[in-house]
Design a protein. Structure first.
Length: 616
């Protein structure tokens, strides 16, 4: 979704703003812009539809001069992705510029009111009401105090926002505020910075300050940051954290794309996650912040997530129910939010799974669960994210920055993190002995090498990808936890290759999707050596009998599958069936990437998608 950057200091603002926007490209966007203010109070901006590269070209010839500025990547919601609708947006006098991430729900009534008062609008966006409201306040009740004017304007807004504001009458002052959309600030020797996430800041600092909803921060050129809360009291000790990865972690480092890099990083991510987790008394999971008795009392778990994280939830359900014997429901956050009849017990616990920790639907669902009296535990990748801050406890998966829009390393790391949780719960409620927990933990330790083995077989995926080159649709099948791998594989394929992929539990295929199959139709069947292997083999037969081309994911030595299927993506045997999804999915991540590249697409920045979906 939209990205926001801001800077005020001693350097020219435009170069860092452009670099900052480039690091935010991964969030997904379709236009971009910057605006700077010179020390003498001249506003100068450039913006355009398309990529930051195009914006750079325009900036190079326009040469905006100023040491204070704001920048934006826009993911269109209200109004098409055009030059006119790109941010920053100005007020009618052209002296106030605003960038905005989020959605203003009451913009139509505000626009009507402002137009009746003589304001003229130039774009189709919801955002444009904001600079006009700020101008009214700045020249009215706020009496030239930009921060106060921003707060007054924000008081009129409904919806979500992270705002960056500059004004020709206050050169060197940058005001930022947020409600529901992420925003962090940082101070350095050469000035003060703001951004919608830590990615752009990692190149200038390792320490960032978080803003709470409705905080208004005033950043000045000497690097000072003054934060005021909703009651306009100065926040003396705002929340802050250290970025625990090096800026180089967010660079491609020799890979041709971030997706390739992140797929390859999975073994190390799992090793980091597991390190030090086995203690004298079982799994160390202090992040839970629950006593053993409180954990033992949990009688129902609701997992809340979206997209790939939802698929983690499906596998987590299997692990929790098998090991801890606690019933689990997995809910799409966006659906859960509007199910008014949802039932919880006195001891229901909520597990929130979110890579970014900023997904609007997931945050809303977690808040609702808390409102229902449930303890909320978040599994997330992003330090200091809203999900982590609002939860009762949070487990960071430490996978490092995930830049490619299609989630890969977060998927497997979140899965193993949820397994750690399952073991901790099983030990607390007496469904596992410490010895059994230890045995499972050692099984988990085998995962990185099993992943490395699959990664070394990537040529199989490259070869199988050719089967999809000229296709328009495909079917992914699997049973039990492998059905989840099928869902995830299909999601990956459609996200980045724009090839329709439908996933079904294998046994359901004959109840509808089988009608899709004709000669040459590609089917991906996840059929590892497990207790449902033979059932899935029968479903593969049904596909082959109708002319399908079957790409199977199978366990080494499975002669039957090798003889039947046109392509086989081999996985090594895993010590536990529940570990197969973390290993087999790597083939499907690689497959999706090869298909997308064969078809000539940018695998890191698929069209229409955003890395972090911060609007409902
Ligand atoms: O950051 P989250 O895990 O909350 O994001 C949830 C989904 O938006 C995300 O997994 C999405 O489905 C990815 N693009 C999948 O590759």
């Amino acid at each position: 979704m939209c990205g926001v950057v801001g800077y005020t200091g001693t350097k020219q603002a435009a170069p860092w703003l452009l670099d900052g926007l480039q690091t935010l490209e991964y969030r997904g966007y379709d236009s971009a812009g910057i605006q700077v203010v010179s020390p003498s109070g001249n506003l100068h901006g450039v913006k355009c539809a398309g990529r930051v590269a195009a914006l750079r070209e325009r900036a190079a010839s326009a040469n905006p001069v100023g040491t204070c500025g704001i920048g934006h990547t826009r993911w269109a919601t209200h109004g098409a992705p055009t030059d006119k609708n790109a941010h920053p947006h100005l007020d009618g006098t052209g002296r106030i510029a605003v960038v905005h991430n989020g959605i203003i729900e009451n913009f139509q009534e505000l626009k009507r009111e402002l137009m009746a008062a003589g304001h003229e609008f130039r774009s189709d966006t919801d955002t444009e009401v904001i600079p006009h409201l700020i101008q009214e306040a700045f020249n009215g009740p706020a009496k030239g105090d930009l921060a106060l004017a921003v707060r007054n304007a924000a008081d009129r807004l409904e919806g979500s926002w992270a705002l960056g504001v500059i004004c020709a009458d206050c050169p060197g002052t940058l005001v930022v505020t947020r409600n529901g959309s992420p925003l962090v600030v940082a101070t350095t020797e050469d000035g003060a910075y703001a951004a919608s996430d830590v990615m752009p800041l990692a190149s200038v600092t390792s320490h960032v300050v978080q803003l709470n909803d409705y905080d208004v921060a005033t950043l000045t050129a000497d690097g000072t940051i003054v934060i005021r809360d909703r009651d306009w009291r100065v926040v003396e000790s705002p929340g802050s954290f250290d970025i625990d990865w090096d800026a180089s972690a967010a660079k491609m480092g020799g890979y041709s794309d971030f997706m390739a890099k992140e797929i390859s990083e999975q073994p190390e991510a799992i090793e980091r996650l597991l390190a030090g987790r086995l203690g004298k008394h079982g799994i160390e999971l202090d992040e839970l912040k629950l006593t053993r008795e409180e954990l033992a009392a949990v009688d129902k778990i609701v997992i809340i997530a979206c997209g790939t994280s939802y698929h983690v939830g499906l596998v987590a359900k299997a692990a929790i129910e098998r090991w801890a014997k606690v019933p689990v429901e997995v809910e799409y956050a966006s659906e859960f939010n509007y199910n008014e009849d949802y039932l919880v017990t006195d001891h229901t616990m909520c597990l929130v799974i979110t890579q970014s920790g900023e997904t609007a639907d997931t945050l809303a669902a977690a808040r609702r669960m808390r409102g229902m009296g449930c303890n909320v535990f978040a599994i997330t990748n992003v330090l200091g994210s809203t999900a982590a801050r609002e939860a009762d406890g949070a487990l960071y998966i430490q996978a490092g920055p995930e830049v490619a829009v299609a989630s890969t390393k977060a998927y497997t790391a979140q899965m193993i993190a949820s397994y750690l949780f399952a073991l901790r719960l099983a030990l607390a409620n007496g469904n596992m002995t410490p010895e059994e927990v230890e045995k499972h933990y050692h099984d988990f330790e085998a995962v990185p090498d099993l992943m490395r083995e699959v990664l070394s077989r990537r040529w199989q995926d490259k070869q199988a990808a050719r089967r999809f080159r000229d296709k328009v649709s495909s079917l992914f099948l699997g049973r039990n936890v492998s059905a989840t791998t099928a869902y995830e594989g299909a999601l990956k394929l459609k996200e980045i290759s724009y090839l329709h992929a439908e996933a079904y539990p294998s046994g359901e295929m004959k109840h509808g999707p089988i009608s899709l199959i004709e000669s040459g139709f590609p089917v991906v069947a996840v059929v590892p050596a497990d207790h449902v292997h033979d059932k899935t083999v029968s479903n593969i037969q049904e596909c082959l009998a109708r002319g399908a081309v079957v790409v199977a994911v199978a366990t080494d030595g499975d002669e039957r599958v090798a003889k039947m299927c046109q392509e086989v993506l081999w996985i090594p045997p895993c010590p536990d069936q529940l570990l197969v999804p973390a290993v087999s999915v790597i083939h499907l991540q690689l497959l999706a990437r090869y298909v997308a590249r064969d078809r000539g697409y940018d695998v890191d920045k698929p069209r229409n998608l955003a890395k972090s979906v911060t609007v409902e």
